[in-house]
Design a protein around this ligand. Structure first.
Ligand SMILES: NC(=O)c1ccc[n+]([C@@H]2O[C@H](COP(=O)([O-])OP(=O)(O)OC[C@H]3O[C@@H](n4cnc5c(N)ncnc54)[C@H](OP(=O)(O)O)[C@@H]3O)[C@@H](O)[C@H]2O)c1
Length: 247
């Protein structure tokens, strides 16, 4: 896949799936912006990638000011975007009886409102025929305990994507979802201690956790010339999902 001179924005690109995807696009010749809340993490990612094609933007997607910072960075560059990968996300797992309003709001502000308004603000900067990809989750198809708020954010995100398919069709902009299963990332490590990781691995047919690169490969494919008739799809990248019963 060749993305030479293509312009790509990845939200939540300082670690995990977003970072792996940024590396993959850079390898294929793209110019890439990555965002995150922590300047330190973004600088670390930039050192790791070590390419003049990478730009970092400190931008908290959960608040409109943060999204405006990203929009201004893109506007000032004067380029049109070929790929928008809406990937930033947080997960806080707790049963309905226990989840706090703050945890509920934090997840909806990042995983839903953030993507909604990033898309809105960047629509004028998207090239006709560009590709939007959103990171959903395999949890949407299950009903594991302690995932109600997180799963609801991803279900809402799926609906945003479905409507965007139709609203952006006149500009031939494609919108697709990637739904990862359990992927080994700092984010997963922070919510699933060792035993839970082993359980998640065993809940897949392949009996292992996925790698961030395996999501990146799918994102690049969806953005590529090989996927020009794929629109409104939700690609599960989960090793063969059996069922999660997070406890
Ligand atoms: N790993 C899995 O098993 C899995 C499974 C299904 C779906 N997913 C989804 O995949 C996406 C990436 O997950 P991951 O596992 O790679 O997570 P991760 O390792 O925690 O990385 C998350 C990235 O998002 C950024 N981020 C978080 N909140 C943000 C905010 N308010 N504004 C801007 N950036 C923000 C983080 O940077 P800062 O912290 O510096 O802001 C970081 O770069 C998420 O949407 C997640 O829900 C992951």
């Amino acid at each position: 896949m060749n993305f030479t001179n293509k312009n790509v924005v990845i939200t939540g690109g300082s670690q995990g799936i977003g970072l792996a995807t940024a590396k993959a696009f850079i390898r294929e010749g793209a110019n890439v912006w990555i965002t995150g809340r922590s300047e330190e993490s973004l600088k670390k990612a930039a050192e790791e990638i070590n390419s003049s094609n990478l730009k970092i933007v400190v931008s908290d997607t959960s608040i409109l000011q943060g999204i405006t910072v990203l929009e201004q960075a893109v506007a000032e560059s004067g380029v049109k975007l070929d790929v928008l990968y809406l990937n930033a996300g947080i997960a806080i797992f707790a049963p309905i009886a226990q989840i706090t309003e703050a945890d509920f709001d934090a997840q909806f502000n990042t995983n839903v409102k953030g993507h909604f308004f990033t898309l809105q603000k960047l629509i004028p900067h998207l090239a006709d025929g560009s590709s939007i990809i959103l990171t959903s989750s395999g949890v949407v198809t299950g009903a594991a305990i302690a995932t109600a708020a997180y799963s609801a954010t991803k279900a809402a995100l799926n609906k945003l994507a479905h409507v965007a398919v139709n609203e952006l069709a006149d500009r031939k902009i494609r919108v697709n979802l990637v739904s990862p299963g359990p992927i080994q990332t700092p984010g997963l490590d922070s919510v699933a201690p060792g035993e839970a990781l082993a359980y998640l691995a065993s809940s897949t047919a392949l009996q292992r956790l996925g790698k961030a690169d395996e999501i990146a490969n799918t994102v690049l494919f969806l953005a590529s010339e090989g996927a020009t008739y794929i629109n409104g799809a939700d690609i599960a990248v989960d090793g063969g999902f059996i069922q999660y019963h997070l406890k």
